[in-house]
Unconditional design. Sequence first.
Length: 471
Amino acid sequence: MWRLPLVRWVSVDRYAEPMPKRFVIIGGGPAGNECATHAASFGADVVVVEKDVVGGAAHLWDCIPSKAMIATGGALRLINEARGMGLTHVSAELDFEALRERITSIEQRLQHSASGLLESQGVRLVQGTARLDGPNAVVVDSPTGVERLDADVILLSTGSRPRLPPWAPVDGERVLTTRDAYPPPELPEHLVVIGSGVTGVEFVHMFSAFGCEVTLIVSRQQVLPGKDPEVAAALEADFLDRGVHLLKGARAQGIDVEGDRVTVRCDDGRRAEGSHALLAIGSVPNSAGLGLEEAGVEVDGGGYVVVDHNCLSNVAGIYAAGDLSGKLPLSSVASMQGRKIAEHAMGRHVGPHRHLDYDKAASAIFTVPEIADVGLAEADAFASGRKIRVTKVPFSANAKALIENDPRGFVKIISDPATGVVLGGSIVGRHAAELISVIAVAVTAGLRVTDITESLLVHPALAEALADAAE
């Protein structure tokens, strides 16, 4: 007799949602915040652990205060130079306490905004210090106790701190790090800045704008080593016009403090004396105490987590971004790394996804004149023997620059002579940080110079200099 086979029926919901991935992000700066919001939008369960301030210590304590001080210094200079625009009897003085209050207000608003965005996405915020507990868990020491968080994905984005050489007796009063100077305890009478990179020259700009006497110790023969020499020369000329003392070819090796005076000793016997000294000689990653070695995460000799093109470490599921990744130390780069990590970890990196090309990252220096660049540098092209076309247009030929009474600087565009593809560019002048975006888009998208020249731009506008250079 034929019988039906014995079948065990199992109820299966074919449409059941899989368990959401669990993200634990250590560090609530630009990289951590961007990763958290994007991962949450993809359906992940996200926890952000931050020991200081949401928004990032470097972002809120370094970048934002410095730009606020630079903006105040720029406004002060513009007012005092307004006679060139047909105005008379115009002057202004710095209210140091009002500047302090303004910086604090901006920091608080940005911190509140960052926290509110995360909370609106359902991200859980935990105040505390975190460390890895193996490859799939994080232990958090918080004011309420110790908590263990299991994770499918861990992002390490703990940032960096100012580098402190053993010969510098940093006290936060006479010998300052960058974080002691936003703003400093008092306005220096004579500030000696050690370090002529991006941070160093911004300090020179802001304090000279406030009327302080400034000496800049330059270890090479130009400020901004590694930048286009023509760009560096334009900035040096402005510094000399301000009365800044440039001590070139000197490397600091000691600081003596006697009462209200400091003396910076250089390796060639020269000395620089002032009322305060400021260290702007780079940073070191905050990798100690994270449990990296115990979890098997590879770290290089500088303390940076070794990552691949997806910001993934050698341990599956553990990523690193921002300053800790050892890539370009820019907030914009950190944010984009966070976005890409969320996409990669959640399987959303298919299709038009592109890996980050750090050589195409735009950067800016907020001096006066502003400096910005992106892509291939002229000096690097010549050093490699690559054929390029370089075109440059001065702002002195631009109507808007003349109207604003600031015709300093130029636009330089580098392109491939055979194809016309834009490879890079530099801008020195007012609003360079905004204008460089046009060249950055062209470099990233592989546009040609004709794509810029054929755009119908506003007149009068500083951006017309871009089209003129492309032409």
